[in-house]
Design a protein around this ligand. Structure first.
Ligand code: SAH
Ligand code: SF4
Length: 381
């Protein structure tokens, strides 16, 4: 942990926003301070929303002065914020060194689900995803990932409101492949679930992956978050076209790994969410629904159908409502629990994997960016 301690003259300050409880404790121990300081600082940052170390009054003056030399609490910068008429709120966030990512909060009855990004761009190049078209730029730090939760709560001025939680659920379904930014994503998810930070239950934090099998096996050793698998096809031939990483880790391997993940959980009742983006004429035929039903027959899952969200550089089309219903019916008749993701935030381009958008910031400057894949709130038909 000594690398976390920066000398003010040589190294950048440590951003305390991204440190888990264990990391924060190690940080204070390395400073020769008591471990319980970590709990105090976590509460200041994640319960109170405090970024000013000088205002953390229970730390004592000498410690605050020491911290001011070597540490900071630095959330990422909001470039723009948009509210949809349906209550969805979307942020474009600038991360250090340039690059924009997006997060979206989707209220739905008593819940509000925040869709969080894990990378700037993505290297996996799925054929239907605008983030993939952008290529990979870089991993987000743990501070930039948990910072999206922090900013969402801050934007409602709700750190001290006591009016219930603004963010009740988190889905790692924004830009990027979370399992390719393993350590930072795991740290950020730990903070989401940590009582001294956001205290969201493990069932309400969901990691979505296109199937990085070795990393998924590793996740089973360290995390109990809910799992969503981006399947999108009922066989390897089609899946390899849509989700190129399937050539390396084909469907059988992926489902076995996901089963191992579920088996490793202490709560034996959990199931995997299978995400299936429906693309007109590509993977939305009733025969393909039957093949999917057959493929998943022994797999503990529920299925979430996502009608494709079109974007500029894609020739794919969204299926008709009838085609979605037909696909859904086949799966329901086969005994599956199937939800269809409703498009939310349409008026602010907040839908899944949607286009290259136009961000206009408060000063009126605009810049091109890729929209994150977003939505999470699904609706049972
Ligand atoms: N990389 C991870 C998480 C981000 S993508 C993954 O692939 O799972 C989150 C979800 O949005 C995935 O299920 C993805 O397939 C879906 N998605 C991406 N682009 C989409 C689009 N244009 N229309 C509908 N869903 C899309
Ligand atoms: Fe990456 Fe997920 Fe988009 Fe595929 S769907 S390119 S894995 S963000």
């Amino acid at each position: 942990m000594s690398s976390l301690i920066a000398s003010s003259s040589e190294q950048p300050r440590v951003n305390l926003l991204g440190l888990t409880l264990a990391q924060m404790e190690a940080f204070f121990e390395n400073l020769g301070e008591k471990k319980f300081r970590a709990q105090q600082v976590l509460k200041w940052i994640h319960h109170q929303g405090e970024t000013d170390i000088a205002a953390m009054t229970n730390l004592g003056k000498a410690l605050r002065e020491k911290l001011l030399q070597i540490a900071e609490v630095r959330p990422p910068e909001i470039v723009s914020q948009h509210d949809s008429t349906d209550g969805t709120r979307k942020w474009a966030i600038r991360v250090e060194g340039g690059g924009l990512v997006e997060s979206v909060l989707i209220p739905d009855g008593n819940r509000a689900t925040l869709c969080v990004s894990s990378q700037v761009g993505c290297s996996l190049d799925c054929s239907f995803c605008s983030t993939g078209k952008q290529g990979f730029q870089r991993d987000l730090s743990a501070a930039e990932i948990i910072g999206q939760v922090w900013l969402a709560i801050k934007s409602y001025d709700a750190f001290q409101s006591g009016n219930g939680r603004i963010v009740t659920n988190v889905v790692m379904m924004g830009m990027g492949e979370p399992l390719l930014n393993f350590d930072n994503v795991v740290s950020a998810m730990n903070l989401m679930m940590e009582d001294l930070a956001y205290g969201i239950s493990k069932r309400r934090v969901t990691l979505s992956t296109s199937g990085v099998v070795p990393a998924l096996d590793k996740l089973a050793q360290v995390s109990e978050v809910s799992l969503a698998i981006s399947l999108h096809a009922p066989n390897d031939a089609l899946r390899s076209e849509l989700v190129p990483i399937n050539r390396k880790y084909p469907i059988a391997m992926l489902l076995e790994s996901a089963s191992r993940y579920i088996d490793a959980q202490s709560d034996k009742k959990r199931v995997v969410t299978i995400e299936y983006t429906l693309i007109a004429g590509v993977n939305d035929q009733p025969d393909q629904a039957r093949e999917l039903a057959q493929l998943l027959r022994d797999f503990p899952c529920k299925i979430n159908l996502i009608p494709f969200n079109p974007f500029d550089q894609s020739d794919y089309r969204r299926p008709s409502g009838n085609a979605v219903s037909r696909f859904w019916q086949v799966l329901v008749d086969a005994g599956y629990i199937v939800t269809v993701r409703t498009t939310r935030g349409d008026d602010i381009d907040a839908a899944c994997g949607q286009l290259v958008g136009q961000v206009v910031d408060r000063t009126g400057r605009s810049e091109r960016y890729r929209n994150a894949s977003a939505l999470s709130a699904s609706e049972v038909r």
